[in-house]
Design a protein around this ligand. Sequence first.
Ligand SMILES: [Zn+2]
Length: 151
Amino acid sequence: MSEALKEAKIAYDLGEVPIGAVVEKDGVIIGRGHNLTEQLKDPTAHAEMLALRQAARQLGGWRLLGCNLYVTAEPCAMCAGAIVWARIKKLYIGTMDPKGGACGSVFNIPQEPRLNHHVEIETGIMQQECQDILKAFFKELRKKKSEEIQL
Ligand SMILES: [Zn+2]
């Protein structure tokens, strides 16, 4: 998770919502990503999507068998779907997202019994650090917005 947090920090410095993800197989990181939706002007450029894509390129196939994904914030419905399709074994989550999370909060797509692949989930990994960086980002964003209004 500390590697996923490093990715989140890169996003933070770029002015992106600071979320980071890494894909690990047999103790080796084979994919990493940080949120780039603003830079790439792409609503699908979430940290998890970018990390999954890199891992699939690395392995030469879309089935990420035996791979685990670490992400600083609970994945959304799109990413949760991609995690299932990629056949991720276990998902490690930093902080939950009660407003948009699809891995236990709003939905629980990776453990939906009607789907034929299920992903193990462990939450609360370095929860405080993962939450702090998001809080700091949104606090700064609100400050910037209120300053703009004053101008
Ligand atoms: Zn997402």
